[in-house]
Write a protein that binds this ligand. Structure first.
Ligand code: G3P
Length: 194
Protein backbone atom coordinates (compact mmCIF):
# COMPACT_ATOMS: atom_id res chain seq x y z
CA UNK A 1 0.00 0.00 0.00
CA UNK A 2 2.85 2.44 0.81
CA UNK A 3 4.46 1.47 -2.48
CA UNK A 4 1.21 2.05 -4.37
CA UNK A 5 0.76 5.45 -2.71
CA UNK A 6 4.34 6.41 -3.57
CA UNK A 7 3.77 5.34 -7.19
CA UNK A 8 0.54 7.35 -7.36
CA UNK A 9 2.09 10.46 -5.81
CA UNK A 10 5.28 10.45 -7.87
CA UNK A 11 3.32 9.71 -11.06
CA UNK A 12 0.79 12.44 -10.40
CA UNK A 13 3.42 15.08 -9.56
CA UNK A 14 5.46 14.30 -12.67
CA UNK A 15 2.38 14.18 -14.92
CA UNK A 16 0.90 17.39 -13.58
CA UNK A 17 3.76 19.59 -14.86
CA UNK A 18 2.15 21.54 -17.76
CA UNK A 19 5.11 21.68 -20.15
CA UNK A 20 3.08 23.21 -23.01
CA UNK A 21 2.06 26.13 -20.83
CA UNK A 22 5.59 26.58 -19.42
CA UNK A 23 7.36 26.38 -22.80
CA UNK A 24 4.89 28.77 -24.46
CA UNK A 25 5.67 31.33 -21.74
CA UNK A 26 9.41 30.62 -21.92
CA UNK A 27 9.38 31.16 -25.70
CA UNK A 28 7.47 34.43 -25.26
CA UNK A 29 4.35 33.12 -26.99
CA UNK A 30 1.96 34.04 -24.19
CA UNK A 31 -0.70 31.90 -22.56
CA UNK A 32 -1.27 28.81 -24.73
CA UNK A 33 -4.75 28.48 -23.22
CA UNK A 34 -5.71 31.60 -25.22
CA UNK A 35 -4.43 30.18 -28.54
CA UNK A 36 -6.25 27.81 -30.96
CA UNK A 37 -8.23 25.15 -29.14
CA UNK A 38 -6.98 26.44 -25.79
CA UNK A 39 -5.42 23.07 -25.00
CA UNK A 40 -1.99 22.81 -23.35
CA UNK A 41 -0.77 19.94 -25.56
CA UNK A 42 1.64 19.64 -28.47
CA UNK A 43 -1.07 19.78 -31.17
CA UNK A 44 -2.12 23.20 -29.96
CA UNK A 45 1.51 24.22 -29.37
CA UNK A 46 1.97 23.69 -33.12
CA UNK A 47 -0.76 26.29 -33.72
CA UNK A 48 1.56 28.95 -32.25
CA UNK A 49 3.72 28.38 -35.33
CA UNK A 50 6.75 27.48 -33.21
CA UNK A 51 7.70 23.90 -34.14
CA UNK A 52 10.59 23.70 -31.68
CA UNK A 53 8.28 24.60 -28.82
CA UNK A 54 5.68 22.08 -30.01
CA UNK A 55 8.33 19.35 -30.25
CA UNK A 56 9.68 20.09 -26.76
CA UNK A 57 6.13 19.97 -25.40
CA UNK A 58 5.53 16.59 -27.04
CA UNK A 59 8.84 15.19 -25.81
CA UNK A 60 8.38 16.30 -22.18
CA UNK A 61 4.69 15.33 -22.05
CA UNK A 62 5.71 11.83 -23.21
CA UNK A 63 8.73 11.41 -20.94
CA UNK A 64 7.00 12.72 -17.81
CA UNK A 65 4.91 9.53 -17.91
CA UNK A 66 7.65 7.13 -19.04
CA UNK A 67 9.89 8.16 -16.13
CA UNK A 68 7.56 7.19 -13.24
CA UNK A 69 6.61 3.93 -14.98
CA UNK A 70 10.28 2.95 -15.34
CA UNK A 71 11.08 3.99 -11.76
CA UNK A 72 8.38 1.63 -10.38
CA UNK A 73 8.79 -1.20 -12.91
CA UNK A 74 11.39 -3.01 -10.71
CA UNK A 75 8.59 -3.40 -8.10
CA UNK A 76 6.26 -5.08 -10.59
CA UNK A 77 3.76 -4.32 -13.32
CA UNK A 78 1.04 -3.14 -10.91
CA UNK A 79 3.01 -0.33 -9.19
CA UNK A 80 4.37 0.67 -12.61
CA UNK A 81 0.85 0.80 -14.06
CA UNK A 82 -0.36 2.85 -11.06
CA UNK A 83 2.53 5.31 -11.59
CA UNK A 84 1.66 5.61 -15.29
CA UNK A 85 -2.07 6.02 -14.74
CA UNK A 86 -1.35 8.68 -12.11
CA UNK A 87 0.95 10.59 -14.49
CA UNK A 88 -1.82 10.49 -17.08
CA UNK A 89 -4.40 11.75 -14.57
CA UNK A 90 -1.91 14.43 -13.45
CA UNK A 91 -1.62 15.70 -17.01
CA UNK A 92 -5.38 15.79 -17.58
CA UNK A 93 -6.27 17.14 -14.12
CA UNK A 94 -3.30 19.10 -12.68
CA UNK A 95 -3.89 20.66 -9.27
CA UNK A 96 -1.72 23.63 -10.36
CA UNK A 97 -4.18 24.61 -13.11
CA UNK A 98 -7.30 24.09 -11.00
CA UNK A 99 -7.53 20.58 -12.52
CA UNK A 100 -7.90 21.97 -16.05
CA UNK A 101 -5.14 20.19 -17.93
CA UNK A 102 -4.54 18.52 -21.27
CA UNK A 103 -6.18 15.74 -23.23
CA UNK A 104 -3.65 13.05 -22.37
CA UNK A 105 -2.52 11.80 -25.77
CA UNK A 106 1.27 12.33 -25.50
CA UNK A 107 1.20 11.23 -21.88
CA UNK A 108 -0.72 8.08 -22.89
CA UNK A 109 2.03 6.94 -25.27
CA UNK A 110 4.57 7.90 -22.62
CA UNK A 111 2.92 5.37 -20.27
CA UNK A 112 3.08 2.74 -23.02
CA UNK A 113 6.78 3.33 -23.67
CA UNK A 114 7.34 2.29 -20.06
CA UNK A 115 4.81 -0.58 -19.91
CA UNK A 116 4.99 -2.27 -23.31
CA UNK A 117 6.95 -1.28 -26.41
CA UNK A 118 4.59 -3.37 -28.56
CA UNK A 119 1.62 -1.32 -27.40
CA UNK A 120 3.56 1.92 -27.93
CA UNK A 121 4.25 0.77 -31.49
CA UNK A 122 0.57 -0.09 -32.08
CA UNK A 123 -0.42 3.34 -30.71
CA UNK A 124 2.15 5.12 -32.91
CA UNK A 125 1.15 3.26 -36.09
CA UNK A 126 -2.58 3.82 -35.49
CA UNK A 127 -2.02 7.51 -34.65
CA UNK A 128 0.26 8.19 -37.64
CA UNK A 129 -1.93 6.31 -40.14
CA UNK A 130 -5.07 8.18 -39.03
CA UNK A 131 -3.28 11.52 -38.83
CA UNK A 132 -1.75 11.18 -42.30
CA UNK A 133 -5.08 10.12 -43.79
CA UNK A 134 -7.27 12.70 -42.05
CA UNK A 135 -4.96 15.47 -40.74
CA UNK A 136 -7.06 15.38 -37.55
CA UNK A 137 -4.93 15.00 -34.41
CA UNK A 138 -8.01 14.35 -32.29
CA UNK A 139 -9.35 11.57 -34.55
CA UNK A 140 -5.89 9.96 -34.58
CA UNK A 141 -5.90 10.01 -30.77
CA UNK A 142 -9.36 8.40 -30.58
CA UNK A 143 -8.40 5.60 -33.00
CA UNK A 144 -5.01 4.96 -31.34
CA UNK A 145 -6.34 4.90 -27.78
CA UNK A 146 -9.19 2.60 -28.79
CA UNK A 147 -6.71 0.14 -30.37
CA UNK A 148 -4.50 -0.11 -27.26
CA UNK A 149 -6.70 -1.81 -24.60
CA UNK A 150 -8.05 -4.24 -27.22
CA UNK A 151 -4.48 -5.08 -28.29
CA UNK A 152 -3.39 -5.44 -24.65
CA UNK A 153 -6.15 -8.03 -24.11
CA UNK A 154 -5.11 -9.93 -27.25
CA UNK A 155 -1.46 -9.83 -26.10
CA UNK A 156 -2.48 -11.38 -22.76
CA UNK A 157 -1.71 -8.30 -20.60
CA UNK A 158 -4.81 -7.97 -18.35
CA UNK A 159 -3.40 -5.34 -15.94
CA UNK A 160 -2.26 -3.16 -18.82
CA UNK A 161 -5.59 -3.70 -20.60
CA UNK A 162 -7.54 -2.52 -17.53
CA UNK A 163 -5.36 0.55 -16.95
CA UNK A 164 -5.32 1.60 -20.61
CA UNK A 165 -9.09 1.05 -20.90
CA UNK A 166 -9.54 3.57 -18.07
CA UNK A 167 -7.15 5.98 -19.79
CA UNK A 168 -9.00 5.59 -23.10
CA UNK A 169 -12.30 6.47 -21.41
CA UNK A 170 -10.70 9.67 -20.05
CA UNK A 171 -9.20 10.50 -23.48
CA UNK A 172 -12.67 10.23 -25.07
CA UNK A 173 -14.19 12.36 -22.28
CA UNK A 174 -11.45 15.00 -22.68
CA UNK A 175 -12.06 15.04 -26.45
CA UNK A 176 -15.82 15.52 -26.24
CA UNK A 177 -15.62 19.02 -27.76
CA UNK A 178 -13.33 17.66 -30.51
CA UNK A 179 -15.82 14.84 -31.20
CA UNK A 180 -18.62 17.40 -31.60
CA UNK A 181 -16.42 19.42 -34.00
CA UNK A 182 -15.48 16.30 -35.97
CA UNK A 183 -19.19 15.49 -36.39
CA UNK A 184 -19.91 19.08 -37.43
CA UNK A 185 -16.93 19.17 -39.80
CA UNK A 186 -15.40 22.17 -38.01
CA UNK A 187 -12.43 20.46 -36.33
CA UNK A 188 -9.05 22.13 -36.96
CA UNK A 189 -6.51 20.11 -38.92
CA UNK A 190 -2.88 19.51 -37.94
CA UNK A 191 -0.70 22.51 -38.65
CA UNK A 192 -3.62 24.79 -39.48
CA UNK A 193 -3.73 27.91 -37.34
CA UNK A 194 -7.07 28.98 -36.01
O1 G3P B 1 -3.44 15.84 -28.33
C1 G3P B 1 -4.66 16.48 -28.24
C2 G3P B 1 -5.33 16.38 -29.59
O2 G3P B 1 -5.88 15.11 -29.76
C3 G3P B 1 -6.35 17.45 -29.78
O3 G3P B 1 -5.79 18.70 -29.48
O4 G3P B 1 -5.65 21.16 -29.49
O5 G3P B 1 -6.79 19.98 -31.37
O6 G3P B 1 -7.87 20.04 -29.13
P1 G3P B 1 -6.58 20.04 -29.87
Amino acid sequence: PVLWAAAALFGYLSGSIPYGLLFARLFGLGDIRKIGSGNIGATNALRTGNKTMAFLTLLCDVLKATLPVLVFMPFGILPAAIAGLSAFVGHCYPVWLRFRGGKGVATYIGVLFGLSLWLALIFAVAWLATAFASRYSSLAALVATLAVPISALLLGLPVVAAVTAAMTLIVFWRHRANIQRLKAGTEGRIGAKK
